[in-house]
Ligand binder design. Sequence first.
Ligand SMILES: [Zn+2]
Length: 569
Amino acid sequence: MKFAIVILAFLFAMNMLAQSKPAADLVITNAKVWTGDKARPTAQAIAVIGDRIVAVGSNAEVDVLRGSTTKVIDARGKLLLPGFNDAHVHFVDGGLQLDSVQLNDTTSTDEFVRRIGEQAKKTPKGEWIQGGDWDETKWSPPNLPTKELIDPVTPDNPAFLSRYDGHAGLANSAALRLAGVTAQTPDPPGGVIVRDAQGNPTGVLKDAAKDLVDRVIPPLSHDQRLRAMRRALEYAASLGVTSVQHMNNDGSKDSFIDIRAYGELLQSGELTTRVYVAPAISDWEDQAKIGIRHAFGSSFLRIGALKSFADGSLGSRTAYFFDPYTDDPTNSGLLGKQMQPLSRIRDWMTQADAAGLQLCTHAIGDRAISTVLDLYTDVVKANRGMERRFRIEHAQHMAAKDFARFAQLDVIASVQPYQAIDDGRWAEARIGHDRASRTYAFRTFLNHGVHLAFGTDWDVAPLNPLLTVYAAVTRATLDGKNPNGWFPEQKLTVEEAVEAYTMGSAYAEFQEREKGSITPGKLADVVLLSDDIFSIDPAKIRDVKVLKTIVGGRLVWDVDRKKQYSTAN
Ligand SMILES: [Zn+2]
């Protein structure tokens, strides 16, 4: 009898113990944890229940949460970081690019034709073959390609393959037929139909002549869009990107179609990257009329932002500056279409802000940035007391006077450091030393107390976050000419770069309480890296690999198994 009471008391005690310490679903142990949380900057282990982090501490502290059903990952001393949050992507374009034919590095027409033939074999009959980025100057002789080269390998598909600069494309005969382009078609204004000695089109269409084919290419089908998203999700998981902020393209209506497709993937458990979508400002009423405010939605899919465009790009000399381009004295760039007239965009922005929507505006040249700051100033005056987080996307070339205004209006600089090592090869020739000194000026932004959010603008630049961290930390241009950094005074530390990519990007989407650091209570979005980027030579950061990616407590990428997982099980 006495014995039974002891047993009962023992079982009762065990039960109490079990109740006070519920078992974790996942424990990651023996890690070098960089938390991004000032309250506890480093740790050895974390525990996860459901999709949330419940404990961060030493191996021993976290070990007490280990139960019989707990999945344990031994990190073997590797670095564990909060997941990367890419604050500016074109996710569907990126997914399409992954599956399109790559021609830029072909060194002969034979190779060019062979790759197009391979692409044709895996493309469903009748579907367009696009992409390419060919560059005939890499071939000998460096002649423009012709439709006769590619017709035999593309019997069942129209093809329109772009030159790397976007100023020309090669159509096959099927594409020309669909476009109705014949020997009788006149060159359109601003364009050239390249012709042979008999006057027949060769397939190459330059500038405005490209529109003749572009306009007959059908919009993406639902299946193509889903396929592109699945490819992009898989790729993001493999790179440790656990959240993306999906930016509208040029005022198109596609963002709403994209949201619908993301919604389907969410429902089927396939959405393994968290997405925040910014449709076009011109459609602001579509969100406002049903009461959508900034960051509305679930942890995996949010809307409530708006994307505007104030100018073009430095590469195409359409970025809008106060002074002319140094190497083109009659050109100062162009104020974007959406900004004309300014009264209309001011009206849209003011009403959208009053509705609680978040404004994200593409501005690259100093005058475009200044113009957006003027507009934001007007919005603040019109709508007092709103909780808002203005953003300027790119914020590439700053006027000296505008750093302080940026800070004062509390505008987030949503920047893409990879561009600094890419454009840095030629930007100074185009805009001169003085303006180049305030280009991708990440250090100056931080010195002024401006919030930085990091991203890539994928598919314009590579999605790999480690390449972006490398770029921000080294500023070593891709041509190898600035090994100690292009405007090295603007370099960031690795900690600052990772913080901009995690907490900074989370702040830019109103999610800093939900993610961005490894903190108990936050979403369990973490990445395990092959090397400690805080201690290795910064030049090697670009080669670091992602070993595991975990989103909401679930493993979505494991380098050992080279496979991606869905979040449904
Ligand atoms: Zn973009």
